[in-house]
Ligand binder design. Structure first.
Ligand SMILES: [Zn+2]
Length: 392
């Protein structure tokens, strides 16, 4: 395991930026210096100042010291506004690759800014207002429907005008939580809806740009692989400054144990565990449709494909939700340059990538540690390869 020196982390924390252009330039320079091949996938929409918006995929082959067919995938910015954090972790790891033998040993795939539009504009959602982590529906699952309880909350979640500085959203949601319980409200509001195109957590009416690109290209990026470990970097859920590995609810217990064995210092969470232990300290329990992770598992991109949402906590869930709601209302109903829109973007940025240097130091240190642990697991010749699970 690597322990990044405190002063180095301090410097990384100061260097972290939420600016897309700066983040992208640093990532590309770091990937190039580390010897990666870089593929850029621009989207049609331009960003502020007419800048090109693209997802960059950097790929580096292993140095031959690990068994063939071992791959680590590290992705950032699926939820655009979280990208500044994920990008900083990716760049910091690439810049340290010389001192990380396991990372050099295996094939590594670095997906930078899966949602470049959201990253550049400080939004969670993409250019079609799609939440990309609700868009990966499996074959046969129609882009249709809303979660239980959604209809009741929809008028509250999707205001018809920008929210003022003070509104009663927090209070009213707290009332809903008292009425229906936290899990029910969380499921209803964030589980993913396929009806209101200007709403929150909209999963789309069809596969998004990013979804289609993954379908076309992901197998090539990963290459022929026996064991792939995918860490998808996120922020905004869980205790302040704490990294957690969130596994898909359908993974088998043996897989949960394998993650725990390697990532002992990080909580490894599945909804099953939460249900069984009752009082487990998790901020919310909700199930979602259209996760990228579940899709990746079902696609069988490798013989043994393991995916975790590597999630770093910031603020309380209702506070985060209120910020998403306000930004979404301003995005759809106010001028981009209006004070209401600017205020809502600043607020969202703080909710997902807090300015606190202490938070930044902590999450950067844990992010680097998680990547080193993932690489060590992928590179280990003794790591058992599990057969693909049966399709449901
Ligand atoms: Zn996220």
């Amino acid at each position: 395991m690597i322990r990044t020196h405190e002063s180095a982390l301090e410097e990384e924390a100061r260097r972290l930026t939420t600016d897309y252009r700066t983040s992208r330039a640093r990532f590309r320079a770091a990937a190039f210096a580390a010897g990666c091949d870089i593929e850029s996938l621009p989207i049609e929409r331009r960003g502020p100042d007419d800048q090109v918006l693209a997802t960059d995929i950097a790929i580096r082959g292993g140095d031959g010291s690990a068994p063939d067919g071992r791959t680590l995938i590290v992705s950032s910015g699926l939820h655009g506004v979280e990208g500044g954090f994920g990008s900083a972790v990716q760049s910091a790891a690439l810049e340290r690759i010389d001192s990380m033998p396991s990372l050099r040993a295996i094939r590594t795939v670095w997906i930078h800014a899966a949602n470049p539009f959201g990253f550049a504009l400080g939004r969670r959602f993409d250019q079609e207002n799609i939440d990309l982590n609700r868009n990966f529906l499996l074959a046969g699952d129609p882009y249709d429907g809303v979660p239980d309880g959604y209809d009741r909350l929809a008028p509250l979640l999707i205001p018809e005008r920008p929210a003022g500085r003070f509104d009663l959203f927090g209070l009213r949601m707290a009332g809903e939580v008292i009425r229906s319980g936290f899990a029910a409200v969380a499921n209803a509001s964030v589980g993913g809806q396929y009806r209101d195109a200007r709403g929150l957590f909209f999963g789309g009416f069809s596969p998004s740009d990013w979804h289609r690109r993954c379908r076309e290209r992901m197998c090539d990026w990963i290459g022929p692989t026996e064991l792939a470990i995918h860490l998808d970097l996120h922020t905004g859920f869980g205790p302040w400054g704490v990294g957690q590995l969130l596994l898909d609810a359908t993974v088998e217990r043996s897989e949960v144990e394998r993650w725990r064995a390697r990532f002992g210092s990080f909580p490894v969470i599945t909804s099953e565990r939460v249900e069984q232990s009752g009082g487990e300290k998790v901020a919310a329990v909700y199930t979602t449709r259209g996760d990228w992770g579940r899709w990746s598992l079902e696609e069988r991109l490798a013989d043994d494909y393991r995916y975790a949402c590597f999630e770093f906590g910031t603020y309380r869930p209702l506070k985060v939700l209120a910020g998403l709601r306000a930004e979404n209302a301003a995005f759809h109903h106010a001028e981009t340059t209006s004070p209401a829109a600017r205020r809502s973007r600043r607020r969202l940025e703080e909710l997902f990538v807090p300015a606190s240097l202490d938070w930044r130091r902590r999450v950067l240190g844990q992010g680097l540690e998680g990547i080193a642990l993932g690489a060590a697991q992928a590179a280990d010749s003794r790591e058992p390869i599990m057969p693909p699970r049966p399709l449901p």
